[in-house]
Design a protein around this ligand. Structure first.
Ligand code: HEM
Length: 159
């Protein structure tokens, strides 16, 4: 390993793909398994919260939510819901994920999901074929501080 590279992560859209890619790389690095984009997206959802304005009174789980409220759906938390994903904090590429909500749900489901999955798969394949072994420089890794996207601002690696 003699080259220093850096993943610079931007906002959502294509940035989300790279955020998810970097997450997948990091998670896989930690668990020393095989890379898997969907597993990474469930485990470390790049878009962890979705906000909603409540248009009419509604009840959720026995709680009344009045019209005019702001609700925040914690989709990253839903992706680790033990009722849906047994042992949810375990990163397991062999897990049958079925349905996760990393791309949202319902009428606002991510328009770019198919593209993101394709780009993620291609990027993971290419990165791993080109750089089969690598080491993260944790001292210089910087988490991204945004209100909407979870990932890494900087993820320097030795390749
Ligand atoms: C890993 C990559 C990505 C992730 C995790 C992601 C995640 C999401 C999520 C969770 C939502 C739902 C937002 C909500 O319910 O309020 C969303 C919506 C959306 N995404 Fe993505 N996204 C990704 C990549 C992309 C790409 C590549 C594009 C476009 C090329 C894109 C375009 C959109 C659009 C236009 C919406 C709004 C859909 C609507 O409101 O009807 N996304 N995305």
């Amino acid at each position: 390993m003699n080259t220093y590279a850096e993943f610079l992560l931007l906002g959502l859209g294509n940035g989300g793909v790279f955020a998810a890619l970097a997450v997948a790389l990091v998670v896989t690095y930690r668990s020393s398994g095989v890379l898997n984009f969907a597993t990474g997206a469930r485990y470390e959802s790049p878009s962890p919260v979705q906000a909603r304005y409540v248009a009419s009174d509604v009840e959720h789980h026995g709680q009344n939510v009045p019209a005019g409220s702001i609700m925040l759906a914690l989709t990253a938390s839903a992706n680790r819901d033990e009722r849906r994903f047994p042992d949810p904090d375990r990163f397991d590429i062999h897990r049958n994920i079925g349905h996760h909500v990393a791309f949202g749900y319902g009428i606002h489901f991510c328009l770019g999901a198919a593209l993101a999955r394709l780009e993620g798969r291609v990027a993971l394949d290419e990165v791993l074929q080109r750089f089969p072994s690598w080491e993260i420089d944790w001292d210089k890794a910087e988490p991204a501080h945004t209100s909407t996207v979870r990932g890494w601002e900087k993820l320097p690696v030795w390749i």
